[in-house]
Design a protein around this ligand. Structure first.
Ligand code: SF4
Length: 126
């Protein structure tokens, strides 16, 4: 991934791209550590992701993960293998998320509106 392409795209077009390059950023912060000018490209890419999401342009994989977070409280469902390993290591069971708390958080932060916008866009694309 070339992180500058995501920034170049918005500078040249004035718009965030549909499922643009910013979504490839894993926020590892390596570019931040290496930039001799102290520019946080990673933070710029996070802002581009926020703008992209707010405009309903998030990639399907991200929308599905957030929908899973909303409906189940977790992004990746656990497996019996993980549960068994946790038990062998003497770790407690993972806490069960409270759906009411999740909905409250989604509504209070505006995430609900953004999720609905992206889901609607996905629905209209199919
Ligand atoms: S934070 Fe990591 S993944 Fe994201 S643009 Fe910088 S180096 Fe690439």
């Amino acid at each position: 991934m070339n992180p500058r392409l995501a920034v170049d795209s918005i500078v040249s077009t004035g718009q965030v791209a549909e499922q643009g390059n910013e979504w490839l950023c894993a926020y590892c912060l390596m570019c931040d550590q290496r930039c001799p000018m102290g520019i946080s490209l990673a933070d710029i890419l996070i802002k581009l992701k926020n703008i992209s999401s707010a405009e309903g342009k998030a990639p399907s994989s991200v929308v599905q993960a957030v929908e899973s977070l909303f409906t189940t409280g977790i992004i990746a469902l656990g497996s019996t293998g993980v549960d068994r390993k946790r038990s062998q290591l003497g770790l407690p069971e993972l806490p069960k998320p409270n759906p009411e708390h999740i909905e409250k958080l989604f509504r209070a932060t505006g995430a609900m509106e953004i999720l609905e916008k992206n889901l609607a866009k996905e629905g209209s694309a199919q």
